[in-house]
Design a protein around this ligand. Structure first.
Ligand SMILES: [Zn+2]
Length: 274
């Protein structure tokens, strides 16, 4: 009886121990699974992450040049925009709107029209040259609208391509120094005139030697005009020497500009910046 009871107890103990052992094994397996999941999760996460990084690295070089292609920000304008009408600056940096047109136009000479406010001064200047000094000045151009300026510019580009064999880009670059780019011409402003000697009707540097130019160079400021594109100032005006192009700025500014051999740009920077 006792033997039976003993063997029963020991079997129970063995069973209990076996149960305990299998429980421990289960916990161990669970732990291993848990650790494996962690490791796998970590590896997957790392792989996906590095792939994303690679994708980003791939995108970056493509988008970088696009950023550098954006135009460099132009420095702030130094000349105020609310200048009196007669001092309005028009050049490559300060273009006119395509739609800009002088409020009132009037005939000035030789069938040409300009801003009405300068018609009297122009007529008097031409009349005085003739009556006082027997110098005959005639106008070859005055107000030109945007479309006409565009036509002149495009014609110049075509001529440069044909005559000098330039590419379109090169022809356009050179044309800009000779014919004002549409929107950047003072002729659109209505305050500029091309004046030549009636005995030498040519729009080139030879105009400099005419009686008309010599008279105008001496007297134009008395009527409010300046030589707008003087010799040796191309780096400031962006336009070649034009001893036929006169710009109305009013007597006060014109006298100062002509006496000091300045350009309108230089005058405005001296007088109109804080
Ligand atoms: Zn002109």
């Amino acid at each position: 009886m006792e033997q039976q009871a003993n063997s029963l107890r020991s079997r129970r103990d063995r069973n209990r121990q076996a149960n305990k052992k299998s429980n421990q094994q289960k916990i161990l397996i669970l732990l291993i699974l848990l650790i494996l999941t962690f490791i796998l999760g970590f590896i997957f996460g790392f792989l996906i992450g590095s792939r994303r990084e690679k994708e980003i690295n791939f995108v970056l070089p493509e988008s970088t040049p696009a950023v550098s292609e954006t135009p460099i920000e132009t420095p702030p304008k130094t000349i105020p925009e609310n200048l009196p009408w007669n001092l309005t600056l028009v050049n490559f940096e300060y273009p006119l709107d395509k739609m800009f047109k002088p409020a009132e136009l009037a005939e000035i000479d030789n069938g040409y029209i300009a801003d009405k406010r300068i018609a009297d001064a122009t007529k008097k200047m031409i009349a005085d040259a003739r009556s006082k000094d027997n110098v005959r000045i005639i106008a070859l151009s005055a107000y030109r609208d945007y479309d006409y300026q565009m036509e002149l510019f495009e014609n110049k580009v075509i001529r440069l391509q044909q005559e000098k064999g330039y590419s379109v880009d090169k022809a356009r670059e050179e044309a800009k120094t000779v014919v004002a780019y549409p929107g950047t011409s003072e002729h659109q402003l209505g305050l500029a005139l091309d004046l030549v000697d009636a005995r030498h009707v040519k729009l080139d540097e030879s105009q400099e030697n005419t009686a008309a130019y010599k008279w105008l160079y001496e007297h134009c400021h008395e009527y409010g005009f300046i030589v707008r594109y003087p010799n040796g100032k191309t780096d400031i005006t962006g336009i070649i020497y034009e001893p036929w192009h006169f710009r109305y700025v009013g007597v006060e500014a014109a006298t100062y500009i002509m006496e000091n051999n300045l350009t309108l740009e230089e005058y405005l920077l001296d007088h109109y910046t804080p």
